[in-house]
Design a protein. Sequence first.
Length: 339
Amino acid sequence: MRVLVTGGAGYIGSHTVVRLVEDGHEPVVLDSFVNSRPSVIARLEELTGRTIETHSFDLRDVDKTNALLDDGRFDAVIHFAGLKAVGESSQIPLEYYDNNVGSTLVLARAMDRAGVPVLVFSSSATVYGELAPVPYVETHEPLASNNPYGRTKLVQEMLLSDVATAGGPRVALLRYFNPVGAHPSGRIGEDPHGVPNNLMPFIAQVAVGRREQLQVFGNDYPTPDGTPQRDYLHVVDLAEGHVAALEYLSDHPDVVERAWNLGGGHGTSVLEMIAAFESASGRPIPHEVAPRRTGDLAAFWADASRAETELGWRAERSIEQMCADTWRWQSGNPQGYPG
């Protein structure tokens, strides 16, 4: 299949591009490079051994998006593009709604106009909200979120489901948990702009000497060691999940819309992750306990049995491999991507 990958130079998008090529598909990257680097494309071409067709503009540009979809002869779209920092979304909610919901609206219209039949959407476990029982299951209702970022994901899910039900592009809603790790080559990985918002890249930057120490937000949660537990999955496993969902929808034209959790199915605490990274890197991770952050939950993880049953997918790579691959990427690229 010829597949447009929006946000294809980003962390998850870049790994998915590699997996698409490995599975015999033809990915085309669309990225504004607001939260990614153009130098990623050269590394994707190095890893895949082929030229990656790339377009650089904002997905909200109606004319350019329509033109690309009209002329591109695409069989499907995998949609990653969007802003994703939970804390920042509370500070600039209008920008998050405009960027995330606005870009998806333009994309859905362009796909409908061009007759592109399949959309795989990068959603999030944040749509389950604070009250959902653990483990999270796709059938839980009502969906909710306690931050603007999560609410933009929920609005996008509803928008795409409505469009699919009305005869537009059929949609896979992939609700995933905490992607970490890097490609085993060490050539592509997570390179957040500014101070990392997530645990693993912060740990990696402490280990490589870019940051002094890590703050652990709370050690009095009702978990075995008092620190929050999260469901981490390797980014390569996650990329494989996107391709599995793409191929499932292509093989099942009767499926209009479907949600799948992509997660490891168990929780790992902050202190457990620190210890695993120290072991992988051979370096200490200085850290101190700070007060809890507002809105943080004690523990959550996925029930990913639907993805295993229907997609034949499950998370295969261990916490130890996640840490080893992250360290290979970070130690080989201490300042991230060039440029």
